[in-house]
Design a protein around this ligand. Structure first.
Ligand code: NAP
Length: 250
């Protein structure tokens, strides 16, 4: 096991979208990056881009909802890099939009499995190493949907709301070990997820409801996530940052 000189970040769901953008921002800022995704091929593509910043990166493929698999990923990352300083629990799937009467067990279990259990199992696996070194920063991805109420999104709302509560509890639970936990709750962001779900006309309509008048680009989420993850945010824990173009102002 080699102790890396650079800080090491593990980003889940980093084959595409916000996770990929976050891996790139972290690489540009000088972090070594463990790139995880369910799809090995997209993770490998992200790794190639991260390495262009002169840092180390490796890819890891697993379903984030699989507890054993994620414990295995974390153990392999720790063995390769020596430690995990930063954990970004980002992997996610689209919201199932339907009235509550139509929610199925499969929809519920998948959303809870990927968003909530995925966050739980990956953190559970990484926390022992962070506690041992009395250092860590965790950023969990929720959604603006969990802040404002989103009709016909029961399974997604349930999972992303639970991620908020989980994170606040962990912020207090892990603080004695100098481990910070924060949440990024993205607003509308142009990624494979939203492009797949919403045709261009619908995205244009939705953009009109955002004071800044457009969707975010993934790197804009990556910058917010990387800020909370980094030492620049060393006194920030238990907080929710929602880059949403003014869609929600509290
Ligand atoms: P995305 O473009 O679909 O990317 C999500 C990534 O996660 C993909 O690479 C996907 O792999 C991977 N993934 C999906 N299921 C997985 C699993 N079971 N195990 C491991 N990896 C898995 O989505 P995104 O828009 O970047 O979303 C990233 C996070 O931000 C999610 O948690 C999402 O809920 C949240 N968010 C996004 C928005 C938005 O407007 N985009 C708004 C609020 C919150 P495959 O593509 O190969 O399946």
């Amino acid at each position: 096991m080699s102790e890396s000189k650079r800080k090491v970040a593990l980003v889940t769901g980093a084959g595409r979208g916000i996770g990929k953008a976050t891996a790139l921002v972290l690489g540009r800022r000088g972090f070594d990056v463990a790139v995880h995704d369910i799809d090995a091929s997209t993770a490998v593509e992200t790794v190639a881009l991260v390495r262009k910043f002169g840092v180390e990166a490796e890819s890891y493929a697993a379903d984030v909802s699989d507890r054993e698999a994620m414990h295995g990923v974390v153990a392999t990352v720790e063995s390769r890099f020596g430690q995990i300083d930063i954990l970004i629990n980002n992997a996610g799937i689209s919201s199932d939009r339907c009235p509550v009467e139509k929610v199925t067990e499969t929809m519920f279990q998948r959303s809870i499995g990927v968003h909530l259990a995925g966050t739980l199992w990956t953190t559970q696996a990484a926390i022992a190493g962070m506690k041992r070194r009395s250092f860590g920063s965790i950023v969990n991805l929720s959604s603006v949907q969990a802040l404002v109420g989103w009709p016909e999104g029961a399974t997604y709302n349930a999972a992303k709301g639970a991620v908020l509560a989980l994170s606040k509890g962990w912020a207090k639970e892990f603080a004695p070990w100098n481990i910070r936990v924060n949440v990024v709750a993205p607003g509308h962001t142009e990624t494979e997820m939203t492009v797949r779900n919403d045709p261009p006309e619908l995205r244009a309509e939705k953009a009109k409801t955002i004071p800044l008048g457009r969707y975010a680009q993934p790197h804009e989420m990556g910058e917010a996530i990387a800020f909370l993850a980094s030492d620049e945010a060393s006194f920030i824990t238990g907080q929710v940052l929602s880059p949403n173009g003014g869609f929600v102002i509290t």
